[in-house]
Design a protein around this ligand. Structure first.
Ligand SMILES: [Zn+2]
Length: 108
């Protein structure tokens, strides 16, 4: 019988996630700023403006902004598809990840 009960040590895990979220926020902000600066001031030469790259940058920027919003909501590190936890290792490597590794693999 599984009554609703809080997992032991949830508080300390939250504290850990908080420092990871703060770390991720800094990294995301930095990358967002750089992407925005690049979008506004393209490097000289017509070949430097690659529409495909610009599109990828835009998508990345959107992911970054969504991740920042999740951090503000306190939903950082939760998979948007299954609601499960996104591994800390994955969050460190991809702070803007929306899905856990399982869902990300399924989504491919
Ligand atoms: Zn998932």
């Amino acid at each position: 019988m599984s009554a609703t009960q809080h997992a032991p040590g949830a508080g300390s895990r939250e504290a850990n996630m908080d420092s990871l979220a703060r770390e991720a926020r800094e990294a995301l902000r930095l990358r967002g700023d750089r992407l925005r600066a690049g979008a506004r001031a393209p490097t000289d030469g017509p070949e430097a403006v690659d529409p495909e790259l610009a599109e990828a940058d835009l998508r990345e920027l959107r992911d970054i902004e969504a991740a920042l919003a999740r951090i503000d909501r306190g939903a950082f590190g939760r998979c948007e598809r299954c609601g499960g936890a996104i591994g800390r290792q994955r969050l460190r490597a991809v702070p803007e990840a929306r899905h856990c590794i399982t869902c990300a693999t399924l989504d491919r």
